[in-house]
Design a protein around this ligand. Structure first.
Ligand code: NAD
Length: 233
């Protein structure tokens, strides 16, 4: 049994709580904004293997600082906190905890990212081919562009696509998350689309990550986890 601390109990936190038993996880405690600013450091949750943070961009740094002090590993699902990443990496290394951070815990997105990267690699040397990313999410999403759109952009750049990549965001209704990547030449267009129909895909991915992260030390991505699982099988 993996004992998890839920940090954030909104849409994602509640889904993780509901799906935890299916992954052999038990909820040791729940922290929300109303719990107070030192709730993680001072809370009595018994033994905790891994915390799962689905809170808000501005809350992540303080949450991870408190978790690091408790020597508690953490899966970060929250997006939009990357300006704090360098400091949090130093902290995690100093305290010897495990962190797995991903802007998108869907397995399909991992495949999509690889397809986008390969497509960008093939279009990169062809002059005149322009590229764009368009993401759509529900009206209450705080950060724009999405963390996933930024991750896709980096993947394209790493593949050698060095021209401008136009990134646009739409915020409306209840859209759980759609990412479209397009390449446009003089007489043809190619689009790749990943569409989430059900948010539970993120919760399952985060719980899988928590089980994998138990007892590990270091800073990891979803790709690290998937590669490592492949080599273990
Ligand atoms: P939400 O608004 O429904 O819930 C946010 C929760 O965070 C609330 O319970 C709130 O009380 C809590 N919170 C706020 N400040 C806090 C603090 N200081 N400490 C602890 N809890 C605090 O949001 P959501 O839809 O659940 O999404 C949460 C985050 O997860 C967002 O950043 C979103 O972009 C991201 N997200 C990531 C993935 C992924 O796969 N990585 C998938 C979906 C959403």
């Amino acid at each position: 049994m993996v004992r998890i601390l839920l940090v954030g109990h909104g849409r994602m936190g509640q889904l993780v709580e509901r799906l935890a038993p299916a992954h052999g996880c038990e909820v040791a405690g729940v922290v929300t904004r109303r719990s107070g600013s030192d709730a993680i450091a001072s809370g009595d949750f018994g033994h905790v293997d891994v915390a799962i943070d689905f809170s808000l961009p501005d809350a992540v740094a303080a949450n991870v600082r408190q978790l690091s002090r408790r020597k508690t590993n953490v899966v970060i699902g929250t997006t939009g906190w990357q300006r704090d990443e360098a400091a949090l990496r130093d902290l995690a290394a100093r305290d010897g905890i495990g962190v797995l951070a991903s802007a998108n815990f869907s397995i399909g997105m991992a495949v999509f990212r690889a397809a986008v990267q390969e497509t960008a690699r093939r279009f990169a040397p062809i002059a005149g081919v322009g590229a764009w990313i368009h993401e759509s999410h529900h009206a209450t999403k705080k950060d724009a562009p999405s963390g996933t759109a930024l991750m896709l952009k980096v993947a394209m750049e790493q593949a050698g696509y060095s021209r401008e990549i136009n990134v646009a965001s739409t915020r409306a209704g209840s859209i759980p998350g759609t990412h479209e990547v397009g390449f446009d030449a003089a007489a043809e267009t190619m689009t790749l689309v990943h569409e989430v129909r059900d948010r539970s895909v993120f919760a399952h991915g985060a719980l899988q990550a928590a089980v994998w992260l138990k007892g590990r030390c270091g800073w990891f991505s979803m790709e690290n986890m998937v590669e490592n699982l492949k080599s273990e099988n």
